[in-house]
Each structure stands twice: as structure tokens, then as C-alpha cells.
Design a binder for this molecule. Structure first.
Ligand code: HAM
Length: 432
């Protein structure tokens, strides 16, 4: 039986690569202007890293971690998983390399594959790619940084060409506020939970916030009737959130406050946000993020000389979803590869001259190629030149061994002219 790519993964084909590269270039340009440096972490980590940070009861940890099993059974090799997201890995690296000791504020970004054992559907894959940013440090606890972070995500999306997306924000408050919020929800739902599905009842017990983004219709009805608001926030939590909104207003970033937005990972505190795009169907989140003060300490870092909590905030955008949105909006980037020159020859004896000419052109920075068809008919070689979108074809004729009989053909106009071997690269460069 033919072996195919694993379900929920996809090959990114040469014709699609321009769109990926264009998105990456846009993101890199913004990261540079906002002062972010790239960090590359391994694609697999100790599973405990994600269990401790994302939370044991979250979907991602509970159901979706893809474990890595080694043939070796030594205990040191046990317990790895493919990374389901980048934040925990960035914090792990931040701690491991004592970045907090060197820097007041570390601004880090990553672009790469993430892995979750989900049930695949449109926009939901088992291997997907994120563009992520994380700002961590003693200097990362400022409401304007929250606003800047959201503006950065929005600007990357806008510049990549996506439109019709919406930024929703909320605040969970401090760890204590969050506990208060969870308790309030439990109290409010106590009398109603018996009428809901087993899954919802389980979520009520294990992680009540999950009910807020439950897909279960009956549950949604109950949640809709709750007057959630921002009552769980302490005065300082309220003040912080107002300053975040003020920052967004100052930057002219449009947003909507959504008190139901809580996010599916446990590490969040204070600001949380999600960017959704109409027309993407069920998987409509282009990206999401939030503040995660305290995660640095929780993962056992933190600089003992600076007992103050490390602030941290970040986001991740889903590249596949952005590309799907661009496609749906008719704005997909489709640049086909092309070639400056395709070198052909009518005679197998001229293979050496053809081969050397291609090399000479390449050494002069000209994108050149030849047919490796072992003396295929000239017609076939021209067809190949067409397929490769060659601008010019250079025909190596008899006499090439003595340094003459090179002709160039413009594939658009059909115009032909002779070339002199001594000046061949220069002549072609002048034509390009
Ligand atoms: P997340 O909401 O789990 O957050 O993922 C962020 C984005 O990644 C989603 O909005 C979506 O676009 C994309 N994504 C997630 N899962 C899949 C999937 N199975 N298939 C395709 N795309 C997917 C995080 O990962 C956090 N680490 C974000 C963050 C960074 N928070 C703070 N810093």
C-alpha cells in the first residue's frame, strides 16, 4: 500500500511556498521594527513542561499531546512529547539561559511547526505552524506592552493582506481574581449543571472556565444568560485593564470586550485576546494570546536577586488559518518559480559544453538550468524551458566546443540573436 502523509499533516508544495514565505517575511519585518529577536527551540520537549504550564486538565494536555517514544527505554529518554505550542518552550529556554539576569525585557519571536493530536478538519491540523511572540521580564509588566503586543499581531495580519477579522479582549485579572471568577461561575452554574451533558458536568468539576467556550448548545444557552462582566476583577485588575484599553485606543486598534473569552490554557492572567475571522467556519481563530505573569517562576526560574514577579505576555498566529483566510478572500500570494535561462542543445555530444555553460551562468548570478534528458529532442527541451518559465533559452549549437555558435531566444517575443562565449554572461545580464 502507498504510504501517505499522516492524517492532519500536509506537505507544503513548491507552488504554495511563495505564500508561506511572504507571510514569514511580513512577520519578520514587523518583529524587527518592534525589537523582537528570533528564538528557535526544539520541536520536542519534556512532556512535564506542558503539563505544568498549560495545565493537566486542558484539552491540549489531556487529549492532544503527541508523545515521542524512543526505542531506547532508559528513563532519561522517557516522557517527551512534540511541542503543542511555543510559549512554555520559550519560558523554559528563558529560564535555562538566565535571560532575566541579562535583560530587563526580553522580546522573543518564533516561527515553526506545532503538534496536537486533534481530530483533523478544515483549519485544524495535527501539525500546524505558528508565528509567535513573547515578551518576558521584569520590564514586561506594563499595560502598554499588552496594547503593543495586540497591535503587533493585528499589524502582521493586516500587512499580510487579511481583512474582516475581529480582535476580542478580556481580562482574567490576577491569580486571585481568576480564582474568584472560577468560584463565581461555579456558584452561578450550580443549580443548572445537572441538566447539562456529562462532558459539561465533568468540565464543571475539572475546569469550569471550559464551559464558557463549550460547543454544547444547551450549555451555551445557560452561559448566555449569565451576567459575567468584569466583577471578578480587583480594583488594581480593573485599573490595569482600563490602561490596556486606553493603549489600544491610542494606537487606533479596534477591539471588542468579550467577557466570555477565557482561553483554553491555564497559564493566563489579566489580559487575554483572540483574533477571529469571519468566513473561516468553525476554526475561525487566526491567532490568540494573553498575559501569563508568574509562569517564569512556576517553571522554576525567576532571578532570586529580583524577587519581583516576572511579567510576560505573548501571542501566536496560526499560519495555515491565515493562508486559508487569504485564499477565501481571494488574496492568496501565488508566485510561480521562474528561470532566467534554460540551456538546450540538439546534440548529445555537446553535453559537456551545455553543462559548463550552465555552470558559468550560475557563477555570474544568472538562474540557469538545462535538460537532464540525455539528448532528448529539441522540442522536448523547449517544452521543459516553458514549464520552468524560462525567460530565455540559449541554444548550444555545433561549433560550441570551439567557442562559437551560441544563440539566445527570448521566449516571450521569439526574437533570437547570437552570443559570444567570451561575453556571454554579460550579454545575458544586459538582457535580463
Ligand atoms: P492557541 O490559541 O492554542 O494559543 O493557538 C494559537 C493559534 O494557533 C490559534 O488561534 C490557531 O490560529 C492556531 N492553531 C492552534 N491549534 C491549531 C490546529 N490544531 N491547527 C491549526 N491551527 C491551530 C497558543 O498556542 C498560545 N501559546 C498563544 C500564546 C502565546 N499565548 C501567549 N503567548
Amino acid at each position: 500500500m502507498k504510504i501517505l502523509s499522516p492524517r492532519g499533516t500536509s506537505d507544503i508544495l513548491p507552488d504554495q511556498i511563495a505564500a508561506w514565505q511572504s507571510l514569514e517575511t511580513t512577520a519578520r519585518t514587523f518583529f524587527k521594527t518592534y525589537g523582537y529577536s528570533e528564538l528557535r527551540t526544539p520541536v520536542f520537549e519534556e512532556a512535564g513542561l506542558f503539563k505544568r504550564s498549560l495545565g493537566e486538565t486542558t484539552e491540549v494536555v489531556n487529549k492532544q499531546l503527541l508523545e515521542v517514544k524512543s526505542q531506547r527505554s532508559e528513563s532519561e529518554d522517557a516522557g517527551f512529547c512534540l511541542r503543542p505550542e511555543g510559549t512554555a518552550a520559550v519560558v523554559r529556554a528563558y529560564n535555562q539561559h538566565n535571560m532575566g539576569r541579562e535583560e530587563f525585557l526580553s522580546k522573543l519571536f518564533y516561527i515553526g511547526p506545532m503538534f496536537r493530536g486533534e481530530r483533523p478538519q478544515k483549519g485544524r491540523l495535527r501539525q500546524f505552524h505558528q508565528i509567535g511572540a513573547e515578551a518576558i521580564g521584569r520590564g514586561a509588566d506594563h499595560p502598554l506592552l499588552d496594547a503593543e503586543m495586540m497591535a503587533l499581531a493585528v499589524n502582521i495580519l493586516k500587512s499580510s493582506g487579511v481583512s474582516d477579522f475581529k480582535l476580542k479582549i478580556n481580562s482574567l485579572g490576577s491569580a486571585q481574581d481568576k480564582q474568584k471568577f472560577a468560584q463565581w461561575l461555579r456558584d452561578e452554574l450550580k443549580g443548572k449543571i445537572g441538566h447539562l451533558s456529562g462532558i459539561c458536568q465533568d468540565q464543571y468539576e475539572r475546569n469550569v472556565f471550559r464551559l464558557l467556550d463549550s460547543k454544547d448548545e444547551a450549555c451555551q444557552e445557560v452561559i448566555k444568560r449569565l451576567d459575567i462582566g468584569l466583577r471578578h476583577l480587583s480594583d488594581s485588575g480593573q485599573a490595569y485593564f482600563s490602561r490596556v484599553r486606553e493603549g489600544l485606543d491610542r494606537l487606533g486598534v479596534e477591539y471588542e470586550v468579550s467577557s466570555q473569552l477565557v482561553r483554553g490554557l491555564d497559564y493566563y492572567t489579566h489580559t487575554v485576546f483572540e483574533i477571529s475571522c469571519a468566513g473561516l467556519g468553525a476554526q475561525d481563530a487566526l491567532g490568540a494570546g494573553g498575559r501569563y505573569n508568574g509562569l517564569v517562576e512556576q517553571l522554576d526560574g525567576g532571578d532570586r536577586r529580583f524577587p519581583q514577579t516576572m511579567g510576560a505576555i505573548g501571542f501566536a498566529l496560526g499560519m495555515e488559518r491565515i493562508l486559508l483566510a487569504l485564499e477565501a478572500q481571494g488574496k492568496a500570494v501565488t508566485v510561480k518559480r521562474s528561470l532566467d535561462v534554460f540551456v538546450v542543445s540538439g546534440k548529445p555530444e555537446l553535453e559537456r559544453e551545455t553543462f559548463l555553460l550552465v555552470d558559468l551562468l550560475r557563477r555570474n548570478g544568472i538562474c540557469a538550468d538545462m535538460d537532464f534528458g540525455d539528448g532528448r529532442a529539441m522540442k522536448k527541451q523547449f517544452e521543459q524551458a516553458d514549464k520552468l518559465r524560462a525567460r530565455f533559452v540559449v541554444i548550444v549549437g555545433e561549433g560550441a566546443a570551439e567557442g562559437f555558435n551560441f544563440t539566445i531566444k527570448d521566449m516571450a517575443t521569439g526574437e533570437q540573436r547570437p552570443l559570444l562565449l567570451d561575453h556571454i554572461a554579460k550579454q545575458i545580464i544586459n538582457l535580463l
